[in-house]
Design a protein around this ligand. Sequence first.
Ligand SMILES: Nc1ncnc2c1ncn2[C@@H]1O[C@H](COP(=O)(O)OP(=O)(O)OP(=O)(O)O)[C@@H](O)[C@H]1O
Length: 276
Amino acid sequence: MSLLQLCNVSKEYHVKSNKRSLLKPAPTFKAIKQINLSLEKGECVGLVGESGSGKSTLAKLIMKLEPITSGEIFLESQATSGRQLNDLALYKRVQLVLQDSSTALHPKMSVKESLLEPIKNFFPSEKEKWGEMLTRVVELVDLDVAYLTRFPHQLSGGQKQRVCIAKALAVQPEVIIFDESIASLDYDSQASMIKMLKSIQEKEQLSYLFITHDLQSSRELCNRIAVMYEGEIVEVFAQWDVNQLKHPYTLSLVETLNMKVTKEILNKDLMGGQHE
Ligand SMILES: Nc1ncnc2c1ncn2[C@@H]1O[C@H](COP(=O)(O)OP(=O)(O)OP(=O)(O)O)[C@@H](O)[C@H]1O
């Protein structure tokens, strides 16, 4: 069985309606429709889709931040729903890194305090190793030790994001879900972040679910890409071969990406020309 497996997962939200009748059931909106998806050990799966397609909802369902309407999510062979797996046991194995590091970090906690928090919570009986665990995550995310005494407002967006990733790594999970975690960074910072995430993944044999609306970043990082459209996974692919892609939305994404890449190459050529 896969490390993480989603089987026929659906999520419906109740919709507020002015014309509610007591005789009819409250109207619902299907945000996630019968999704099947697996993540193997050491694999990175990209979840790509337009805004509102249901990517974050899926992350929330995996993290049990919202209840599933139907279907089941398994961590190895264990169902995560109900009381079968408590929240702490789930968070020990699966961590979520969000886009907005400002809300994820306590403004009055130094970087060191923020990083020690998950270490103390998840390894309470290993006090003698806390220092070692802290050094390990700081090194993994390539964060200068000088930043340990700083507070979030004294860090750049990229540095804050590194702290958030270090916090997730501190738990020593098996799976990390990145929900648009690098989307707010500029192009160069995104590129160095991707390189770092790739190296961490290889070193730690981690599995990633990388949620993004940017196909370029997932192309560099992911083994497989699952494309979401209106609450459904419409295509999963591993080969970047346009001839093998079927869904019109995937094709339009790849076309936009190719246009972007061509534009970047042209821009680079132009810049090169100017320097000569
Ligand atoms: N708590 C909620 N109640 C009702 N509808 C919701 C709720 N949360 C999300 N939705 C709806 O579910 C759909 C999917 O939302 P979701 O946030 O998962 O999309 P997304 O693909 O992550 O979008 P984005 O890329 O913009 O973050 C949207 O139409 C959204 O309005």
